[in-house]
Design a protein around this ligand. Structure first.
Ligand code: UT7
Length: 324
């Protein structure tokens, strides 16, 4: 017997304001054709003035809790994965906890940029497997629009805002891959690659928030290799075959990265959940937003085996294998 962290409900929230590629061409030297051809992105959601990461997180969290049949008072742990917190401190998760009317239980943020969802899921899973908590609300939420240099065409066309959430409870499992819940997580980082994808500001360096800077081609090259490796690692650790995976739910950075990774792994495209065309790259929110999209349209069903993978600034990368 073993404790499993079971996803009971999935929720999502996207700001109402949609910005198309065409609209971006009015302010930056780019084209709809270039963006679609190089990234697969057609549009992104952008938070309204005054709409914060915690607002997005709370909306997604509320839906996940409702669908799980849980209330804020039932939750033992609040975690938010974000690189765009409302404030330098306290954690955005503290605001989320307060919004759900809960006191006393732990709340904190996880910062692993675009890998934030797999990192955070791993943290929550370890809390549950140790028996320290019996329930958790875990949210990936970002307002990347706030840290984009809207004059830098190499980055501003790539990102969007949004939030996705999962409500989890600890259940007894048999300890096999037939169990529902998180079956494994694998995390990696290489801080030597810090300067290939970073924000050029921060409390202790510039006392400003800063803007996203990226060597896109280099990040792309590392992404395809690292993502394929971490998927293979998850499959091998669980003694499964790639054919047994029902859905690949990747971090949504670029359609070409999704296609190259799927091809490298011999996963057919119709087993890959793709939202990058509608959401662009929402960093820590992209996996739970894609998961919610697959659940909402009925493709991802209870019992399905879902493999999540992500790569982001740091570099950080990793995977999570979950039976829904
Ligand atoms: O989520 C975290 C992980 N992030 C990623 O995984 C992102 C990884 N990287 C990428 O997705 C791609 O590298 C990009 C989409 C960022 C760029 O695509 P690329 O095919 O690697 O293009 P490039 O950077 O090599 O640039 C090709 C050309 C350049 O012009 P020259 O030097 O060939 O004349 C750029 O200046 O495209 C130009 N360019 C643009 N043109 C029109 C760059 N951005 C734009 C733009 N519109 N928005």
């Amino acid at each position: 017997m073993t404790i499993r962290s079971v996803i009971r409900g999935v929720g999502s929230y996207l700001p109402a304001n949609i910005v198309t590629n065409e609209e971006l061409t009015k302010t930056v030297d780019t084209s709809d054709e270039w963006i679609q051809e190089r990234t697969g992105i057609k549009q992104r959601h952008v938070a309204a003035d005054g709409e914060t990461t915690s607002d997005l997180a709370i909306a997604a969290g509320r839906q996940a809790l409702e669908r799980a049949g849980l209330k804020g008072e039932d939750i033992d742990l609040f975690v938010v994965a974000t690189a765009t917190p409302d404030h330098t401190f306290p954690a955005t998760a503290a605001k989320v906890q307060a919004a759900f009317g809960r006191r006393g239980v732990p709340s904190f943020d996880v910062q692993a940029v675009c890998s934030g969802f797999v990192y955070g899921l791993s943290v929550v899973d370890n809390f549950m497997r140790c028996g320290q908590v019996k329930s958790a609300l875990f949210i990936g939420a970002e307002t990347f629009s706030r840290i984009l240099d809207w004059e830098d065409r190499a980055t501003c066309v790539l990102f969007g805002d949004g939030a996705g959430a999962v409500a989890l409870t600890a259940e007894q499992g048999a300890g096999t891959t037939v169990d529902r819940g998180v079956l494994s997580t694998h995390l990696h980082s290489d801080g030597n690659q810090h300067d290939l994808l970073y924000v050029d500001g921060g409390a202790s360096s510039t006392q400003t928030t800063g803007y996203v800077r990226m060597e896109g081609r280099e990040v792309f090259r590392h992404a395809v290799v690292n993502l394929a490796d971490t998927v293979k690692e998850a499959i091998a650790a669980n003694d499964l075959t790639i054919e047994e995976v029902d859905w690949l739910v990747p971090h949504q950075a670029n359609k070409r990265i999704l296609d190259s990774t799927a091809k490298k792994l011999r996963i057919p495209n119709d087993k890959v959940i793709v939202t990058v065309d509608r959401h662009a790259n929402t960093s820590a929110a992209s996996i739970p937003l894609a998961l919610a999209a697959g659940v909402d349209d009925g493709r991802i069903k209870p019992g399905h085996l879902v493999l999540m993978e992500a790569m982001g600034g740091g570099f950080t990368w990793g995977s999570a294998l979950v039976r829904m």
